[in-house]
Each structure stands twice: as C-alpha cells, then as structure tokens.
Design a protein around this ligand. Structure first.
Ligand code: ADP
Ligand code: ADP
Ligand code: MG
Length: 460
C-alpha cells in the first residue's frame, strides 16, 4: 500500500501558509506547529492538524528542537519542511531529524554545517575557484590579528559574524582607531543573535549590487539554476525589494554566475533548493558572499519568471524524485518584483508596529500575487518577524511590472497598524529605481531626502 505522505511545517507566518498550499496541491497532509500566541494564526487554521508546542518566545517553541521533532513523531509525519529562519539552517536539528528517519526538506546536515558557517563557505568557494571578496582566510582569532588583516586589505572593511544571517552581525570599519571597538561590538551582537561570536573580515565593496542565484539539486546528481534575483534594495543589509531578472547583468554574466553557483553546489554535494549569494561591483566583477541552504523569502520572483513552483520542487526532491526540468529548457518569461510589506513605521526609524488589524483590502488582477497570512481582526504579534505579506507582480517587461506594483500598492489597504506600504510606493517612483541603477546603498542615501520630498505629499 502506498504510504500517505505527511509533512510537519516547522514555521509560522506567510511561509507556513505558502508550504501548506503546495502540500495541498500535491495531496500531502500537513501538520502545523504553533506557539501559544499563534493560536489564531492562519497556518494553524489551514493545516490538516495543528500542535501547540510551547510559549510565545521563539526559543520556547519554534526554536525548541525536541518539541518540534516530538510533534512530528506524535503526528506520524514522514517529512519536515523548515521554511526560512528558525531551525532551517541548524545542522544539529537536521541531524536529529535524520536520526529519526524523517525526511528533512533541505540539504543534509553535513552540508548545512559546512555552508552555514560563512567563513568555511568562503574557503569552499575558493577551493572551487569561485571568486570571493578579498578578506581573512578564516575565523579571526582575536582583535589584534583582525587589525593586521584589515590594515593589509585596506579600509573600509566589513567585520562579519560567521553564523550570521538576516543582515545581523555585520559591521563596517573605516580606520585602525575604530577597529577594536567595532570588533568587540560585533562579537557581542553575534553572540546575542547567534550564540556564537566567531568573526571574519571582508573588504567593503562600495555600492555593490546583491545578485543571487537560485539552484535546485536532486538526489540523482542533477543540479540546475533558475537564474538570478537582484536584492540590492536593502536597509541595514536586510532586503526590502527583490526583482528578477536583474537589470544590471547581461546574458554572459548571467551564465557565468549561474555556472559558478552550480559548481559550488556540486562541490559540496548539495541537494534540494539553495541560493548562492554574490556581490557584483561597478565593473561587473562578481564575488561569492554566502550560500543560504533553504528556501528564501524572495523565492516567488523566481517562480514568476520561470513558472516553476519551488516549494513543490523542494518537496518532490525530498521524496527522492528526479528534477524533470532541463537547464536548456528554462527561460526568463518576463519580469517580477516583490515588495516586503512589514508592520513597521519608516517615518519613525522603521519601528515595529504590532497591534490589531482592523480592515484589509487586497490588490489583485493579472500578474498580482500576495503571499501573506493576515486577516481582519488579526493581532500582529510583537514576538516575531514584522513581515506581514509579500506583494509580488509579474509583467512582460520591467516597466510593466513597476506600473503594476504601483497600482497594487495603491490598492493595498491595511488599517489599524502602520506599515511600509507608502514607503514602497515612493521607491517605485524614484528615478534611480525606475532606471534600475540603484545599489545596496540606495535606502541609506535617500531615506532623508525621501522623507523631506515625499512625506508631505504622500503621507499627510
Ligand atoms: P532571505 O535570505 O531569504 O532574503 P532574510 O535574510 O530576510 O532572508 O531572512 C529571513 C528570515 O530568516 C528572517 O526572519 C531572518 O531574521 C531569519 N534568519 C536568516 N538567517 C538567520 C540566521 N542565521 N539565524 C537566525 N535567523 C535567521
Ligand atoms: P546575511 O547572512 O546577513 O544575509 P550577507 O553576507 O549575505 O549576510 O550580507 C548581507 C548584505 O550585507 C549584502 O547583501 C550586502 O548588502 C552587505 N554586505 C555583505 N558583505 C559585504 C561586503 N564585503 N561589502 C559590501 N557589502 C557587503
Ligand atoms: Mg545573505
């Protein structure tokens, strides 16, 4: 008899909802886990079963490995989808899952272990002849050694947490004088966020583009890439808007970066979905920065331009199916843009704005997609990420996609709490964005200007 597949979703919010949808389409049963505060969350209502696994703080629920695993065993799940964040890149959790004979929807623990440590990942990239940003060979033993390396590379340099993620644990240093204090501050930040204070150093690339390659690899030796996403619209090293394809690279660079990403994946025996992140400088030179061994927040833009459902691919790969897509058959069908809609107030230094949502009107129409989880009377919780929803548009051209995004943002109404919808709308009208000539420093440079120029007109 064929076993009924059943997946535990070790996450919450929009990504849990997104995964439940894919499972339902594939005829797979789903189990949601939730914290006490998440009792009324959408993923709990949509899953076939739901298990409360603990208190409101992530460490008491979504990050509690044995509770997550116990829920999977108790409900008879044969696979776990980790989503992004939480335990998705935790090799200890993944080996526990493997030991219980449950499929982890992602790469093997041993592969995550190598790539999750960003200093080690750099070494692997170097061994595969993939260009990396000039920097330290590995972990910096102490501030004195770091200072020597920084002097050699030349300022400014970036001090980065080896376990870092989500834009945290990254600092820039401009001179010898500041090195020690920044080093210590970054160590503390890394310890507080990731429970690990190991740091490494990279040269600071000025005004780069962040361009990343989506890859898929099955258990049968097939590895493909699904082109790039441009995630250069960032605030404090955290992505805010993503698009695909990138207007900054041509076909030849696209091909080279795609090949480099596939090579890195093959070098480490990578399986499932992953993303190889690069910085591209003004001359069009690209440098590996890290690999994310999980599905990413911005995966929908790739889905829109390729027509491939990445979550379904992840699940099929985990159940040992072959990838049926062929590299040569994949083409870029148009242009997609994603805006992250967050519960935050950009006009008050992006302060998070949890609270009750009173009313919602969602945009729609051809090529407009929302991956979200909020509904009227839902309480946005202060315990978790402030992202409420992802608004994704697809058009034949970049210009059409921008126009669609403007209309969609205009028609996206969330009442009760402040959001960044208007701010995203302003960016969609900025000449630099429209030209596609922005870089990772855009928001830092223009925030104050935007506040003055647009605030009165659009917000008041
Ligand atoms: P993406 O790389 O998919 O764009 P982000 O960097 O925005 O994702 O991170 C997605 C989520 O995962 C955020 O909630 C972020 O805080 C969390 N996250 C990412 N990396 C880590 C990590 N190493 N440790 C803890 N949380 C992480
Ligand atoms: P995380 O693990 O937090 O995602 P990344 O290493 O991917 O960290 O870097 C996040 C962002 O920080 C990049 O997209 C880029 O904007 C900035 N950044 C990282 N390293 C450098 C560098 N060497 N020079 C300039 N910017 C950098
Ligand atoms: Mg990154």
């Amino acid at each position: 008899m064929k076993t009924q597949n059943k997946i535990l979703i070790a996450n919450r919010g929009e990504i849990a909802v997104r995964i439940i949808r894919a499972c339902k389409e594939l005829g797979i049963l789903t189990v949601a886990i939730y914290s006490k505060a998440d009792e009324n969350s959408l993923h709990v209502k949509l899953a076939d079963e739901a298990v409360c696994i603990g208190g409101n703080l992530s460490k008491d629920s979504y990050l509690n490995m044995s509770r997550v695993l116990s829920a999977a065993i108790a409900t008879g799940c044969n696979a776990i989808h980790p989503g992004y964040g939480f335990l998705s890149e935790n090799p200890k959790f993944v080996s526990m899952v493997e030991e219980c004979q449950i499929r982890f929807i992602g790469p093997k623990a041993s592969v995550i272990e190598k790539l999750g440590d960003k200093a080690t990942a750099r070494k692997i990239a170097i061994s595969a002849s993939i260009p990396v940003v000039e920097g330290s060979e590995g972990i910096i033993e102490n501030a004195k050694e770091g200072l020597k390396i920084a002097k050699k590379i030349g300022y400014p340099v970036m001090i980065k947490a080896s376990s870092g993620g989500g834009g945290k644990g990254i600092s820039i240093v401009y001179s010898d004088q500041d090195f020690l204090s920044v080093f210590e501050k970054t160590q503390l930040e890394a310890m507080a966020n990731f429970g690990d204070n190991q740091l490494y150093i990279e040269k600071f690339i000025s005004n780069p583009r962040h361009i990343e390659i989506q890859i898929l690899a099955d258990h049968h030796g097939n590895t493909i890439h699904l082109f790039e996403r441009d995630c250069s619209m960032q605030r404090r090293n955290q992505k805010m808007i993503e698009e695909a394809p990138s207007s900054f690279i041509n076909d030849s660079l696209r091909k080279k970066m795609g090949q480099a990403a596939v090579k890195l994946a093959k070098t480490v025996g990578y399986t499932n979905a992953g993303t190889v992140e690069f910085l591209v400088d003004k001359e069009g030179k690209f440098y590996f920065i890290e690999m994310n061994t999980r599905i990413q927040v911005e995966h929908p833009v790739t889905e829109m331009i390729t027509g491939v459902d990445l979550i379904k691919e992840q699940i099929k790969i985990a159940y040992d199916k072959k990838i049926t897509l062929k590299q040569k058959d994949l083409t870029i069908l148009g242009h997609a843009i994603e805006c992250r809609i967050n519960a935050e107030n950009p006009f008050k230094n992006f302060m998070p704005t949890p609270g009750r949502i009173k009313r919602i009107l969602l945009p729609g129409g051809l090529g407009v997609r929302i991956d979200g989880f909020i509904y009227p009377d839902y309480d946005v919780l202060p315990f978790y990420d402030s992202m409420l929803s992802k608004l994704i548009v697809f058009g034949k051209t970049r210009k059409e996609a921008i126009r669609k995004m403007r209309v969609a943002l205009e028609q996206f109404v969330i009442e009760g709490i402040d959001t960044n919808i208007e701010y995203q709308y302003m960016i969609m009208h900025h000449p630099e964005f429209i030209k596609g000539s922005y870089d990772t420093g855009f928001i830092a440079r223009f925030h104050s200007v935007m506040m003055e120029e647009y605030h009165e007109e659009f917000i008041k």
